[in-house]
Write a protein that binds this ligand. Structure first.
Ligand code: ADP
Ligand code: MG
Length: 545
């Protein structure tokens, strides 16, 4: 029987594992390394290369951090050929599959792949698609913190405990709170930032070096050097960043480094508190804190967490391997090498609310397009929930069911997923006919929506499999701004503005909301210059009002 592998398809690095005698093991790549850089490039002979060799390409023919664009319509170019994010991710997966087959000496055609906790359904669907393009049947998608907790839990399963997974990687930061009870692992809250990681630390260090960079080649050289220096500072108290071609010979002490990065580390603590408050827990309620991701090797990160959580902070032998090891455990459960009866069972949660547009109250006004949530955010998956709606007008014979995903009170401000028409409602007085809408959401992100006319029993249902058609809608509805690589820079001010809106009225409200809308547009078109201007206008305005 062909083997199932577990894959951590990371923004920066990717890893593969498999189950060997009941324990997950990392599969090294053909270079003998356990980590494969998530970089795709073209060598001078025109062939696609993946990994370390691609990362070291100095001119423009390589693509990094494609994971940031999963689920968007972004097109990237390698030489003259255009690729979708799924196709580039598929190249990485193909390489991981080949290396695994080479190591195992047998064919591999199934995988469990991990994704960040905050990935929405479209991003997950794009990941499944990438797997298919690479010739892998994706058995299951699990969230990275869940996988890490599984890798930890496998040796400590008997005890009831609340686990906080702190995953600080190269491109993303995720915090999740999980409950482990009698072998059942349950995610109870997630928070984080898809745009906060080691790369942002590298950028801060680059900005701190007094040098003018002339071209892309210089920039790449400096980036590679700075990242290595940063890694050295995790064990040394000081280091030199030397790039002879750029006349750089710069000494960086651990102390200065820590001053520069502490704002980012503090940001991650805010996310911990957010996750705790959404789980209705206090810091003291957590039993174990797991450090995951390469950036947790930084001593300041470890110390900051130890100051808060003391000896509850646990490290993996290698924080970059935890997620892949957990994916390997899950792959083992799938292939029945580990029985789910004596192994771990994971449940997943729905990260976004799902619902329909309906007539409802918004800021004291009855409106046609309010968002009526059927499956609330953080519900356990799989999950089935229903709500009943009534006809709004006399002799109404049909109703249009519009399905959305998101947290906004107005339906159209959320991500539009699909719609369908329910007909043949018996003619009757307004409010006399009722339609029951049932949402069923399974662990692989297939949403079934059924609408049933209760008086006749006639029903109609659709399955929402998220595909390229939905992505187009996402673009139109303007929700893609959160996928912009600049979003993290403006996130705080935008969220402040959104919070403040409810307390504002009249002109102030109009001003704030129009700047916010403009910023969302500029995020989609990635117009940084305009964004900076809007950001400072908005900051001033919020200060005034
Ligand atoms: P991702 O999950 O985003 O793919 P990883 O968990 O593999 O990322 O972490 C990659 C990040 O970890 C990179 O930014 C890298 O520079 C950083 N990193 C790796 N080793 C160290 C170290 N010793 N000290 C500090 N940062 C490190
Ligand atoms: Mg990771």
């Amino acid at each position: 029987m062909a083997k199932i592998i577990g894959i951590d398809l990371g923004t920066t690095t990717s890893l593969v594992s498999y189950l060997k005698n009941g324990k997950p093991e990392i599969i090294p790549n053909k270079l003998g390394k356990r980590l494969t850089d998530s970089v795709v490039g073209i060598d001078k002979y025109g062939s696609i290369i993946v990994g370390e060799e691609a990362k070291r390409i100095l001119n423009g023919t390589k693509i990094e951090e494609i994971k940031r664009f999963m689920g968007t319509n972004k097109i990237v170019k390698l030489e003259n050929k255009e690729y979708s994010p799924e196709e580039i991710s598929a190249e990485i997966l193909k390489k991981l599959k080949e290396d695994a087959e080479d190591f195992l000496g047998e064919e591999v055609d199934e995988a469990v792949i991990t994704v960040p906790a905050m990935f929405n359904s479209i991003q997950k669907a794009a990941t499944i698609k990438a797997g298919e393009v690479a010739g892998l049947k994706v058995e299951r998608i699990i969230s990275e913190p869940t996988a890490a907790a599984m890798a930890y839990g496998i040796d400590n399963m008997e005890k009831y405990q609340k686990i906080l997974v702190y995953d600080f990687g190269g491109g993303t930061f995720d915090v999740s709170i999980l409950e482990l009870d009698d072998g059942i692992l349950d995610v109870i809250a997630t928070s984080g930032d898809n745009y906060l990681g080691g790369k942002d630390i590298d950028e801060i260090l680059i900005k701190n070096i007094p040098v003018k960079i002339e071209d892309d080649i210089e920039k790449v050289k400096l980036k590679l050097e700075v990242e290595e220096a940063k890694k050295r500072l995790s064990t040394l108290m000081g280091t030199d960043i030397i790039v002879p071609e750029l006349n750089i010979d710069y000494e960086l002490k651990r102390e200065e480094f820590e001053e520069l990065v502490s704002p980012l580390v503090n940001k991650t603590i805010d996310f911990i508190d957010k996750a705790l408050s959404s789980a209705k827990l206090k810091r003291e309620d957590i039993d174990v804190v797991l450090l995951v991701g390469g950036t947790t090797r930084i001593p300041l990160v470890q110390e900051t967490l130890k100051n808060i959580f003391g000896s509850k902070v646990k490290k993996f032998a290698d924080p970059q391997e935890a997620v892949a090891l957990g994916a390997g455990v899950q792959a083992g459960i799938k292939s029945s090498e580990i029985s789910s009866e004596d192994g771990l069972i994971i449940t997943d949660i729905c990260n976004y609310s799902l619902g329909v547009a309906s007539i409802g109250e918004y800021q004291g006004i009855i409106m046609p397009d309010t968002f009526s949530v059927i499956i609330p955010k953080n519900s356990n998956l799989p999950c089935t929930k229903s709500a009943t709606y009534y006809t709004a007008t006399d002799n109404q014979t049909s109703v249009n069911v519009k399905v959305y995903q998101g947290e906004n009170k107005l339906a159209y401000e959320n991500l539009f997923l699909s719609e369908f028409e329910v007909e043949e409602i018996p003619k009757n007085k307004a409010g006399a006919e009722s339609i029951e809408i049932t949402f069923g959401y399974n662990i692989n992100d297939i949403l079934t929506v059924e609408a049933k006319i209760l008086s006749t029993g006639i029903s109609k249902s659709i399955k929402i499999e998220l595909n390229s058609k939905n992505k187009g809608n996402q673009e139109k509805k303007g929700s893609t701004y959160k996928n912009s690589s600049y979003y993290s820079e403006y996130k705080i001010i935008m969220e402040m503005a959104e919070d403040k809106m409810s307390k504002l009225s009249g002109k102030d409200k109009v001003k704030v909301s129009s700047i916010l809308e403009k910023m969302k547009e500029m995020l989609v078109s990635e117009n940084k210059e305009e964004l900076d201007k809007l950001d400072s206008t908005l900051t001033d305005l919020l200060f005034e009002v």
